[in-house]
Design a protein around this ligand. Structure first.
Ligand code: C2E
Ligand code: MG
Ligand code: MG
Ligand code: MG
Length: 292
């Protein structure tokens, strides 16, 4: 794939697609074991402030380093985890690992990482668990991190089911002070009305909108309108899927403030992520020559 990926020396395996039903069944058993024996690994992808090119946060993205099948991508096992109830354990592992990592980065001034926030992806099932809010509160206390150092990403489908328990969980998280972001905004068919009703403070716009940008001036106006709607609801937007300098520049020109995508950096394991931050001092755009 890209040159970034090629530099990733820790990557031992190619991602595999788990085709056969037999393999899927085997995966269920393996996953339980995999979570417990630390086969999961978090990759980190930067989120960049478009006005300055400086990193402002990162998203933790889980991968599964399977002893036989190699590196498995989340689309291959998150649905399995959700269907089998393993997602609660997986989600707790992600939460704890990501926040421990953030605290370690902050504890180590020699590594001089800026004080950015951590984003993690939360499954719809997590909102149904009464323990989830306690888990979040506990991990913040344990690591001595302020609530605004954590942003939870939730998908539209999870967030607009609009049942009592979900609403209660969202309100509790909001009161706790963690950021709540709608992920993949615009990917579904839902109405936009919920933007003003839900207790969220951010939106991550689905990458399909940036993908279609190209040279079409209408599409740029369309994106500007989306950005305007989000802002008039009092929300902050992150634009995901930015793959080229042109896309970054166009988004900046219409007043978008935050971006994420392969152009700024692919998800990397912690050692590589940190090395890159050190080398660039967190300044990811314009990308220094040696990283092009
Ligand atoms: P997502 O949360 O929307 O994450 C963004 C996905 O887009 C990631 O795929 C990321 O690698 C990819 N991406 C980032 N920049 C670009 C770009 O410029 N171009 C393109 N084409 N893709 C880009 P990934 O890591 O395979 O994750 C897929 C999905 O799996 C995530 O979508 C999220 O829904 C889910 N996921 C990942 N980690 C977790 C987790 O810890 N817990 C839960 N519940 N779900 C997770
Ligand atoms: Mg996400
Ligand atoms: Mg997304
Ligand atoms: Mg997604």
């Amino acid at each position: 794939e890209s040159k970034n990926e090629g530099r990733n020396k820790l990557k031992l395996f190619d991602p595999v697609t788990l085709h056969s039903r037999q393999l899927q069944r085997q995966i269920v058993g393996d996953l339980r074991e995999g979570i417990r024996s630390e086969q999961l690994v978090l990759y980190y992808q930067p989120i960049v402030e478009l006005a300055t090119g400086q990193i402002e946060g990162c998203e933790a993205l889980v991968r599964w380093n399977h002893p036989i099948h190699g590196l498995i991508m989340p689309d291959q096992f998150i649905p399995v985890a959700e269907a089998t109830g393993l997602i609660a354990e997986l989600g707790r592992w992600v939460l704890c690992t990501a926040m421990r990592q953030l605290r370690q980065w902050r504890d180590n001034p020699a590594k001089s990482t800026p004080a950015f926030s951590m984003r993690i992806n939360v499954s719809a099932a997590d909102l149904q668990s009464l323990e989830f809010v306690d888990d979040v509160r506990d991990v913040l206390l344990k690591e001595g991190l302020s609530p605004d150092s954590l942003v939870l990403e939730l998908t539209e489908s999870a967030i607009i089911r609009n049942n009592e328990l979900d609403r209660y969980t969202l309100m509790s998280l909001r009161r706790l002070g963690v950021g709540l972001e709608i992920d993949d905004f615009g990917a579904g068919y839902s109405s936009m009305g919920y933007l003003r009703k839900l207790p969220v403070d951010r939106v991550k716009v689905d990458r399909q909108f940036v993908k279609d940008l190209g040279d079409d001036p209408c599409q740029l106006e369309f994106l500007a309108a989306i950005q305007h709607v989000i802002r008039s609801c009092g929300l902050e937007a992150v634009w995901e899927g930015i793959e080229t300098a042109q896309e970054a520049e166009l988004l900046r020109s219409i007043g978008c403030t935050s971006g994420q995508g392969y152009f700024f950096g692919k998800p990397l394991p912690e050692a590589d992520f940190l090395a890159r931050l050190k080398a660039t001092r967190g300044h990811l755009w314009p990308i220094p020559e040696e990283f092009m």
